[in-house]
Design a protein around this ligand. Structure first.
Ligand SMILES: [Zn+2]
Ligand SMILES: [Zn+2]
Length: 266
């Protein structure tokens, strides 16, 4: 079991100590954990301080061999935006740090974080989700220095609709936005993550989306709980694994210094 999307107090929106996350990982039998703290330059004037990656490295190093059963990887979650400023600032910030793994995520559409209810006000579910997906597609025309596309369904996480689930066939435009996104991810040799956080207490979703990714040539995924607290670590990752298998995805990947290793899903 791996968890490749984990936040700590080095992220502006988490209070979790790395040691708490590692205690949980050891207790849950997670073999490998990748810390992916936020580096956001997507929303000028409204960003968390980017994670101090050098300080986090020192902190993790200080644990030495305390957590021998858990391999530790040092990653980041970057916020993408279809703008040169965001691209340049993010790239410059990461230049001094050699991450093992980078999640490229979309959080903001036209200056509004889709986490907040105001994003959805006055929009149908289809319109809200389509605008989100189209913004991902536009960001992918610039961003090329990530390992996997993060949570394609982040827009659903706090959406107010009775059925929040993200599906590829919500409308023909949504399907074609997914196709555009996956074609560009695949042509860059990148993957996507299965992020379990948006499901919250709902039945898992995403089988149709993953099948589309596979149909277009997608070969690997990563698995992430997006935990910001230690109680969420590893949440529903066995369901994510089954979902990938049911969609016919052949591999999941782990990363070291941005180099993937592929492990068969069976
Ligand atoms: Zn995110
Ligand atoms: Zn995250």
């Amino acid at each position: 079991m791996i968890d490749y999307h984990v936040h700590t107090c080095f992220s502006g929106d988490s209070m979790a100590l790395p040691s708490e996350m590692l205690d949980s990982a050891a207790r849950l039998g997670i073999d490998e954990i990748c810390f992916t703290d936020h580096v956001d330059f997507d929303n000028p004037g409204n960003n968390f301080e980017p994670a101090d990656l050098a300080a986090r490295h020192e902190c993790l190093k200080a644990f030495g061999g305390c957590y021998r059963s858990v391999r530790i990887r040092e990653g980041v979650e970057i916020s993408m935006a279809p703008s040169d400023a965001c691209f340049e600032k993010t790239k410059a910030y990461l230049a001094a740090f050699q991450p093992d793994f980078i999640i490229g995520s979309q959080h903001v559409v036209n200056g509004v974080d889709v986490y907040y209810p105001e994003y959805h006000q006055g929009k149908t579910k289809e319109d809200a989700y389509l605008a989100y997906l189209e913004t991902i597609a536009a960001s992918l025309e610039k961003f090329d220095f990530f390992s996997v596309l993060g949570h394609y369904d982040f827009v659903a996480k706090f959406a107010p609709y009775p059925d929040r689930s993200m599906k590829s066939d919500l409308s023909p435009l949504i399907r074609s936005a997914f196709e555009r996104i996956f074609k560009s991810v695949i042509s860059m040799g990148k993957g996507i993550e299965i992020n379990t956080a948006a499901w919250r207490d709902d039945p898992r979703w995403g089988l149709d989306v993953l099948k589309l990714y596979r149909e277009l040539g997608g070969e690997f995924v990563t698995f992430g709980s997006d935990a910001h607290r230690s109680v969420s670590l590893g949440n529903r990752l066995s369901e994510a694994y089954e979902l990938a298998r049911d969609a016919g995805i052949p591999y999941y990947a782990v990363f070291e210094k941005m180099k993937p290793s592929f492990i068969a899903i069976d």
